[in-house]
Design a protein around this ligand. Sequence first.
Ligand code: ZN
Ligand code: ZN
Ligand code: FE
Length: 765
Amino acid sequence: MGFVKIRKEIRVTGLVQGVGFRPYVYRLATDRNLEGNISNTVSGVTIEVQGPLELVEEFVSRLPQEAPALARITSVAVREIPCKPDGQFEILPSLVGARADTLISTDVAVCADCLRELFDPADRRYLYPFINCTNCGPRFSIVRGIPYDRALTSMAVFAMCEECRAEYEDPRNRRFHAQPNACWKCGPHMELWDALGRALGVHDPIRAAAERLWSGQIVAIKGLGGFHLSVDATNAAAVERLRERKRRFEKPLAVMVPSLDAAGRFCHVDEQGRMALSNWQRPIVLLPKTGDGTIADSVAPHQTDLGIFLPYTPMHHLLFAAGKFSALVMTSGNLSEEPIAIENREAVERLGGIGDAFLVHNREILRRCDDSVVRSTARRLRQIRRSRGYVPAPVPLREKVPAILAVGGELKNTVCLMRGNEAFLSQHIGDLENAAAFDFFCEAVEHLSRILEVKPAIIAHDLHPEYLSTRWALAQEGVKLVGVQHHHAHIAACMAENHLDGRVIGLALDGTGYGTDGQIWGGEALLADYGEFGRAGQFAYLALPGGAAAIREPWRMAVSYLREAYGDDCLDLNIPFTRKIARRKAEFVCRMIAQRINSPLTSSCGRLFDAVAALIGIRHEVSYEGQAAIELEMVARNSNDTGAYPFELSRQDGPWQIGARPLIEAVVDDLKRGVSVETIGRRFHNGLEETLARLACRLGEESELTRVCLSGGTFQNALLLDGLTGNLQQGGFEVFTHSQVPANDGGLSLGQAAIAARFARAESK
Ligand code: ZN
Ligand code: ZN
Ligand code: FE
């Protein structure tokens, strides 16, 4: 019986290493008795497969369909080649030293198969905290360089035992080439240390740590991308002690819960939230609290949302199994805004005053990586902090670009490297305000360049001359520098992730960004493409009395707005705000503004939120960036009022001006009438949405543009984002927002890079 035998070569590019792709292909081929081989290439894998025509074709069509969950196939190219006598299907060894253009996987939460083994008393890895397989486990955080091979990870120091080695070499085993493969016999292990870093020699460190947590102690726990500081979230005194010691007084703390069921007890979890909580990235998900009072109020004071996440390492599961906790605070292991600690000794040194004990292990974390944070909004999931689980997965671009590095801004810094038609954003680096953060920044740039094998000839940076990222860029030699205006970068980031080209109307709302006129911008309407932008609208300039002090003390901004509306008599207004502030200080602030002493001008929308929040008594001072605005949103969400405060929209020569005087007067009137803060907050949001939509309409008429991009940290406000989007759509606009990268400054580097790419293209013409 004859049949047609053919041989095909299939080239697959994308994320196909370290994700169980080769054993998958091996099974797919051997299940059909096909001959041939698979090997790694510079850009992915190449498969040769030979057999009866129908079976080979079935193989080719199934290949992308049934690929492992973590694989990300960019392209599949198939061609027919002459048959060869193989006799079997083989996995050819990786070429040592081959330039691997393949992608490094992100860290992946422990999979269901490994979890089953973890709690199976008959399994040889029963209760082993480092169990993993080709579908799960650490990746990015343990990678030193490429190719992704055990020798170039922090697992290199652990020699596999015979059993692990056999699994690792067996193409039919689900641990075939699982680089972090390990077991009790040969792999890393955990220890419990006291506050001074002395090993306690306990038999079961995880259980002992659980007991300490149970008794109210603070335990510093080494995880996947860094240390966490943990306490029992239901123990108010313990949470209080953690806040005192960490010097983090009001910023909400993230809470890890053992299961989706537990999550549903503390938060309203809709379908989108459920997906976000249980996907393999395991981000912290911000979800509305239920009334359940089990978790201490001090975990997320003044918040209607709670940041929750599920266990993602085997160790987390063991901790919950040992302790029967309903919720554990798991906050970054750092002192206030410094980078998260990753080394055992470093942790004891830096966190010694905070942790009562240290649950550590001897698998080195090579890449610091904070937990990611997402928010579930009415329309989709939004990134707040894109880090563990998402990095270094690229953001796809609409076209190929030259190699470019963008160094981001100052707060919530990330960097971005573009290669081919993909943008690789770094993990969350944080606020570049101290030496430790700057070291982390340099390290992230170096590592990203190394694993992507890119030496960028172009570096994009913010225009602010004092940002450490700008200063770093300016000090690089032999590269082309491109300075990018902050809000232009925000809009370009939104355009890039939505694959837009051409001109758009951009609404960039945030706290602070250096303007081309040297003033502090932050509430801008731009007409922009990647090449250039014009400022078509802005919040009218107002004094920022005391500069940075006005950011920490929103009451100063409230005085600035009041004075603008009512003149120097504003302090005599009979409203709770003027009765509560210290008269002397307020008069001083008024004088500063009048005499223009240390009072730069700002068009910041973030500061307007601050001012309104202070004016209606939500808070006069903040302990973290954006706090007043966040609390104002929370308050406004409790009202369904449909009233909308007026703003003034006017124009003379320059950009449209959004004036807040009518708004401030309306707020003051409502305060005098005793209208609730919820209603005032809601009317403020409604008014802002209406005004911005009105401005967009004017700009649309003038420019005939119909696409609007929304970007900047203010759009983390889901109420504003959803409301404004609705308003704009009703006005006939197509609205584009962020979902893959944060709207805040964490997404800035993507926009800078996109602008530099256009610049490079123009240069080369
Ligand atoms: Zn697994
Ligand atoms: Zn072993
Ligand atoms: Fe910004």
